[in-house]
Design a protein. Structure first.
Length: 335
């Protein structure tokens, strides 16, 4: 797909918009840092998953042109047919972005309650279906080291651990309410974060399948999303109602910071992959995007988009992708 991006200016930040095949429900950068200036991204809609790559030209800090956004280009790699709407996407650590023919490995959660694991390249993929959830699947995540397991959470009040090779559910954690978000510890495959709609964020020990710590959102509304910081593994964040919550697990289970982020409700929370204090949220109306700094009430970047589904940070640059109406919006979040 040619780069025919549009440039826009938000409050304290620039945006570029790159065309995509249909209105997007979710977007996900591959978190694996490449040895090149490329970053893979997956975008899911109602019928397909688009796999593409963003590329940045070399940026010389000694010059005035230090913007990764200004040199950003997008290239479509493949559109994968998806039999149902895509609710979530996760990349496997088995993905290889540094070879001429990239190995692609990712999974999707579909609105039909099925998890699909894809492996292959730009020309051919194999698909393994994981069946067992009986209601909407809200999130999925690969085990971070070898990618042999996938964790999923669902409205059926369960968190499932799947063996990717066999397609079997090897463990099921019962939940007290809808499961809304799931994250593995970035470097420890024996620790898993599960966030529930009732307002709890629980860290599990997967050896005993018992909770290690539970964090509470203090009753500000239904929890809809949560994340585990890839920069500081003591940091957790969530959105519930119109508030965001930030916890430092080294300081106990009480939130260290709570703030109103979207007056009519928040829907997404994501930690930045390059800056410890930075996180982004999506909320209403109409699909309002904001970037925040912990410890500061200033909102350094804010912008609204016609349609937005999904929120994901670039692995090596302060760039955030937001799914739009047949577009991927990319914001440069330098604060």
């Amino acid at each position: 797909m040619p780069d025919v991006s549009q440039v826009a200016q938000g409050t304290s930040g620039q945006f570029r918009s790159f065309p995509c095949f249909e209105p997007l429900r979710t977007v996900e950068f591959c978190p694996l840092a490449s040895d090149t200036d490329r970053a893979l991204i997956a975008a899911g809609g109602d019928t397909r998953v688009a796999i593409g790559q963003f590329q940045t030209s070399e940026v010389d800090p000694a010059t005035q042109n230090c913007s990764a956004l200004s040199s950003l280009s997008y290239e479509s790699i493949i559109n994968v047919r998806h039999d149902t709407a895509v609710s979530a996407i996760a990349w496997s650590p088995c993905t290889n972005t540094d070879i001429p023919q990239a190995r692609l490995s990712f999974c999707t959660a579909g609105s039909d309650h099925v998890i699909r694991c894809y492996q292959g390249d730009a020309h051919q993929q194999t698909v393994q279906s994981l069946n067992g959830h009986t209601s909407y699947v809200n999130a999925c995540a690969y085990e971070p080291l070898e990618g042999t397991r996938v964790a999923t959470v669902s409205d059926d009040r369960s968190c499932c651990l799947w063996d990717v090779a066999t397609g079997q559910c090897i463990s099921r954690l019962p939940l007290s309410s809808y499961g809304m978000a799931v994250r593995w510890h970035p470097s420890d495959p024996l620790k898993l974060m599960v966030a529930e709609r009732q307002g709890t964020v629980t860290i599990y020990d997967l050896v005993s399948c018992q909770p290690i710590m539970t964090l509470l959102t203090m009753g500000a509304g239904a929890l809809v999303d949560a994340d585990w910081s890839p920069v500081n593994n003591n940091l957790f964040g969530a959105v519930a109602g119109n508030h965001s919550y930030v916890w430092d697990a080294s300081m106990g289970s009480e939130p260290q910071e709570t703030r109103v982020v979207h007056n009519d409700g928040a829907v997404k929370f994501r930690w930045c992959r390059t800056a410890e204090q930075q996180f982004a949220t999506l909320g209403y109306p109409p699909h309002h995007f904001k970037v925040h700094l912990t410890g500061s009430q200033k909102v350094p970047i804010t912008q609204s988009f016609p349609v937005a589904g999904g929120l994901s940070w670039h692995p090596t640059f302060p760039l955030c992708a937001i799914g739009g109406d047949r577009q991927i919006h990319v914001c440069e979040c330098i604060v």
